[in-house]
Design a protein around this ligand. Structure first.
Ligand code: OGA
Ligand code: MN
Length: 284
């Protein structure tokens, strides 16, 4: 039976049913998922309880997994852990703890891993434990934004290169890295305009890690980039995902911005496991 696809907004996003991704999926099934991914940019798959092992096997169908870097509790594993639960004890982490502070940057509109020289193709996020209220994730599409640019803007943007910097994006929320930590995150340069290899659709690589436009003054670059994020994330263009336990959501880091929203981290538990698939090639 073919996988069913239900669009979530008029612009992007779709919910998929009729496939169990915890088990081996056929090449035909993966082909349908991959095609839907290129078309809709955000895929929601409800009711997919996954173990870590199953999540890795499924994620590897998309490509090579990134290994999580320093600072995230999942460091050194294929998982980025988005959680208020201590990885060792399972207890909630106090608000004042550096680990909670670090997660604040997730509330800025961003695409994952744009600060790496080889950026990410997509992320797979599995909802293991969710709070009863709050903790939704919001999504916006820079492919949709690209389609709304004037021809003049499209022409001008074609030549722009953006500097992405993890140290910069953490700095926005006041999180500072030690010199040793910062040394692990050199800045990366990427073309502003990204083209999907399978369908040729263009999008913009922007978001919290995008620090400035190469060759422009930092102020000018920042104003330009902030304005693009504002346009991409206009309220009528976003998709807000209210999580149910065992939802799996896949998003295209080449076309999608996303951000976390608040929840009561003192009284409620949230555990999301993310695998991140590399695009395996530098962008310029
Ligand atoms: C992520 C992320 C947002 C959230 O996993 O990359 O930004 O709501 N998550 O947990
Ligand atoms: Mn993210």
């Amino acid at each position: 039976m073919a996988i069913s696809i239900k669009p979530l907004t008029p612009h992007f996003g779709a919910e998929l049913a009729g496939v169990d991704i915890s088990n081996h999926i056929t090449n035909i099934q993966f082909g349908e998922i991959r095609e839907a991914f290129d078309e809709y940019s955000v895929l929601v798959l409800p009711d997919q309880p996954l173990t870590d092992e199953q999540q890795i096997i499924f994620s590897q169908r998309f490509g090579i997994l990134e290994s999580t870097r320093a600072l995230n509790p999942g460091s050194g594993t294929p998982f980025a852990r988005q959680s208020n639960l201590d990885i060792k004890t399972g207890e909630t982490i106090p608000l004042s703890d550096r680990r909670m502070f670090y997660q604040k940057a997730n509330m800025l509109w961003h695409s994952d891993s744009t600060f790496k020289s080889v950026p990410s193709l997509c992320s797979v996020l599995s909802a293991r434990e969710i709070p009863p209220v709050g903790g939704a994730t919001e999504f916006a599409s820079t492919r949709v934004l690209y389609g709304r640019l004037s021809e003049n803007e499209q022409n001008k943007f074609a030549d722009l290169v953006i500097e992405h910097d993890f140290v910069y994006s953490r700095g926005i929320v006041g999180f500072t890295l030690s010199e040793d930590e910062a040394a692990k995150f050199p800045a990366a340069h990427h073309d502003l305009v990204r083209k999907n290899k399978n369908n040729g659709r263009r999008s913009l690589m922007i978001g919290a890690h995008a620090k400035t436009v190469v060759g422009w003054s930092e102020d000018q670059g920042r104003t330009f980039l902030e304005n693009l994020v504002l346009r991409a994330t206009a309220p009528n263009l976003i998709y807000r995902h209210e999580w149910r336990e065992n939802d799996v959501v896949i998003w295209d880091n080449q076309a999608i911005l996303h951000r976390a929203t608040p929840y009561d981290t003192t009284n409620h538990r949230r555990l999301m496991q993310r695998t991140t698939i590399s695009s395996s090639m530098p962008t310029n």
